[in-house]
Design a protein around this ligand. Structure first.
Ligand code: MN
Length: 230
């Protein structure tokens, strides 16, 4: 049997310090994982973690100029730690969770906030608020073998050089091991899966011409520029 058309290439993220690429399978995102951000969005501090997803081919890398997406007037940045999964697992225990991590990256969970607000109000899915083209900004993945694990340290985002978001990875409501354990009870995690682990307080809008830089302790900055409307 032949394909009816040539399959598109697998989306990838570069692996820092190597000439290798991490093939992206799925992108899961944790909602409301920092207390101050949960509060700024009108929610209590500790609810069970919940997840949404972005298509693998929404991934875009460091240095990209991203066209301002359609059907929004309120494109938001969200600085996030990205966990790259390197080993399959179902019902992973918290104690074993970090064994499934290949590496870490800076991320920016771009969000059409106005579309999300409409979806929330109507009780509808967030797919078009969160999973649009170029919405998963992920920097080079740093291997655990090189940088160890990331459970504390500053996470911040600047817009045009001005500090907008600041937090500490230690303030995540659900830690990386807890997120992996919980998510692996919902789906079988596979090598190539990425998890965007939620954003601290201070989210805000980007407009054409803006530059957004995500910084996470000891990981190189992740920079994007917003281009003209698509
Ligand atoms: Mn997010």
């Amino acid at each position: 049997m032949a394909y009816v058309f040539t399959p598109l290439p697998t989306p990838t993220v570069p692996v820092a310090g190597t000439t290798e690429l991490f093939p992206v399978r799925r992108i899961f995102c944790v909602g409301r994982n920092y207390a101050e951000h949960a509060r700024e969005m009108g929610h209590d501090d500790r609810e069970p973690p919940f997840f949404f997803a972005k298509p693998a081919d929404a991934v875009v890398g460091d240095g990209a100029t991203i066209p301002y997406p359609p059907v929004t007037e309120n494109l938001h940045f969200e600085a996030e730690l990205v966990v790259a999964i390197g080993a399959e697992g179902t019902n992973i225990t918290e104690a074993a969770a970090l064994d499934h991590v290949f590496g870490y990256a800076c991320g920016n969970d771009l969000t059409r906030r106005d579309i999300q607000a409409q979806a929330k109000k109507a009780g509808r899915p967030w797919s078009m608020a969160k999973g649009f083209d170029n919405s998963a900004v992920v920097g080079p993945i740093h291997r655990v073998a090189d940088v160890g694990h990331r459970d504390s340290g500053t996470i911040q985002l600047t817009r045009n050089g001005d500090l907008q978001q600041t937090g500490d990875l230690a303030d995540m409501i659900w830690s990386t091991p807890e997120v992996i354990a919980y998510l692996s009870g919902l789906v079988t995690l596979m090598p190539g899966d990425l998890i965007m682990t939620g954003t601290p307080a201070g989210v805000g809008a980007l407009v054409p011409g803006d530059t957004a830089v995500v910084s996470i302790a000891e990981l190189p900055d992740l920079t994007i520029t917003i281009g003209d409307r698509a």
